[in-house]
Design a protein around this ligand. Structure first.
Ligand SMILES: [Zn+2]
Length: 109
């Protein structure tokens, strides 16, 4: 998986925000088995819930729904542009992600 938790990503499909731009947000969950990510503030869905035994609060709850990884691009923390991700092996054998635009390593040592 090229996207990890706490990455900043740029959404590249679907609805745009009020300024006509695709949204950016932080990944707060990665669903590896489904190739999906949950991005904070992106793809909000409304759920109508009734009070029950587990959930006491009724009403309409807004929450994020998972989106497919192919619909997001990683935002490079170094050049802050949406980029494709490459991999590089370090001398000690560690595999790190690199930005395809600026060539910088994305993962901290
Ligand atoms: Zn970069």
């Amino acid at each position: 998986m090229k996207i990890r938790r706490n990455d900043e990503v740029q959404v590249i499909a679907g609805k745009k925000d009020k300024e006509g731009k695709f949204q950016r947000g932080k990944v707060h969950r990665v669903l590896v088995a489904e190739d999906r990510v949950v991005v904070s503030g992106v793809h909000m869905i409304k759920r109508h819930t009734k009070p029950g035994r587990v959930r006491t609060q009724a009403g309409i709850i807004e929450r994020e729904a998972p989106i497919h990884v192919s619909n997001v691009m990683l935002v490079c923390p170094k050049c802050s542009r949406a980029t494709r991700v490459g991999f590089r092996f370090l001398a000690d054998g560690a595999k790190v992600r690199v930005c395809k635009r600026c060539g910088e390593m994305i993962d901290k040592q």
